[in-house]
Design a protein around this ligand. Structure first.
Ligand SMILES: [Zn+2]
Length: 119
């Protein structure tokens, strides 16, 4: 899903991709686009301790800016230099950021006695 940077004024997005629900609004302010979104759904994670696969219901709040040129602004998280804002790419990146976070499953969390046995 692409939006044209030049013609964009305000755009609301309400859709579901692979069981992940995205509710977002893009508002262009001068040369930057405000991106505010709630991304919600079951995300498959692997426990960093026992390596079991879990599905965790996550709600992610996004609030950052998008630019169509490279800039130094700390609030700018994404830069699309071809004037096309790739929403799917942003959402995928945000979900991947959750996946790459350190994650401990409920079972391991409860198990304080857990020790990693190297054989
Ligand atoms: Zn675990």
């Amino acid at each position: 899903m692409f939006f044209d940077f030049v013609s964009l004024r305000k755009q609301e997005i309400d859709k579901e991709i692979n069981g992940i629900h995205i509710n977002a609004v893009l508002i262009k302010k001068s040369s930057l686009v405000d991106f505010k979104a709630t991304i919600k759904g079951d995300i498959a994670l692997t426990c960093d301790r026992c390596l079991s696969d879990c599905e965790i219901n996550k709600t992610l709040q996004c609030d950052f800016k998008i630019s169509n040129r490279s800039c130094e602004d700390d609030e700018v998280m994404y830069e699309f230099t071809d004037n096309k804002i790739d929403i799917d790419f942003i959402i995928e990146s945000e979900i991947n950021a959750i996946k790459s976070d350190y994650f401990i499953c409920e079972k391991c969390n409860d198990d304080d006695e857990f020790e990693f046995n190297l054989i």
